[in-house]
Design a protein around this ligand. Sequence first.
Ligand code: 3PG
Length: 394
Amino acid sequence: KKSVDDINVKGKKVLVRCDFNVPLQEGKITDENRLVAALPTIKKLIADGGKVILCSHLGKPKGEAKPELSLAPVAKRLSELLGQEVTFAADPEVVGPNAKAAVDAMKDGEVVLLENTRYRAEETKNGEAFSKELASLCDVFVNDAFGTAHRAHCSNVGVTQFVDTAVVGYLMQKEIDFLGNAVNNPERPFVAILGGAKVSSKISVINNLLDKVDTLIIGGGMAYTFSKAAGGNIGISLCEDDYLQYALDMQKKAKEKGVKLLLPVDHRIGDAFSNDCNIQIVKSGEIPEGWEGMDIGPETEKLFCDAVKDAKTVVWNGPMGCFEMPNFAHGTAAVAKALAETDATTIIGGGDSAAAVNILGYGDKMTHISTGGGASLEFLEGKELPGVAAANDK
Ligand code: 3PG
């Protein structure tokens, strides 16, 4: 696959698709990891004398120019991070007169950021007209938006049909290398830890990982569906009754494949969905009526952390409980600590688990924290991501 190392961009207009879909609160960026992760590619293109035109989506404005979803705050913060002005092409049409004027005025090594690509309704439909408009701005296209790679939209897929050269950036390359190696060529033992609320969002991930791992650990809200399927009492815990048979099938598959499948043996439960509710620790399958499983229990923490100790590769996606409530963050914190302390290659899927690891201060202890939430999940499902495939075609 061709990357930014294989092209000469001196004096050329380079359109770079990044994933600057960052959380904002009152115009302030509350997690800038995606911006920091995009810097190596941007710096390289600046150093090589390219005219660097950045673009991204932000949130879901659904074709409307919603001011609260403008990328203006991102341009400001990127300027600070790069130590050089990032000109914001405030243009509700994204590739309208303002954007064209800003691009025309660029000198080599300068940077322009376009407005939120989803201000245009065609973006998410991968329409031809907007793809062509984007392509018309540049000589070369660079896709560095791993977080968006599971979407087939104009700015990451459609545009590649109308440019002569499309390559991937360093972030995209790094994500594919780490996630790809972990899943397809892992140093063993290979342990995967899955959590989060819903079985239904991880059906293909569980199925695919059972073909790859030595141990699969399932915690979080998902585990109660497995517990109920095994005949346990789960009180009012999260459960997807449509997936009870699936849970049994996956347990059978694990047995057939010789994969160790670890499920919680105890839980921290509450009598209300609140940090200040009454709390008990009970064995798995013994949750009383009216009580809800909110976290794994101490025995489970030990079981899961011991399973990670001898691993050589660990992939983690999804929290072990309601970690945003301090009283139910113990399980997620214990797993994060175990991963920080192991010598294994540790790969954290994006979204909640990445946030948890960073909040707990273990960010720099992990081998790789993915910038992709949905994208890293689809990667673990073994799917080919459209954003990656499109950049490969040229
Ligand atoms: C993400 O945050 O997962 C990506 O930026 C994709 O965003 P989307 O789910 O709105 O397409």
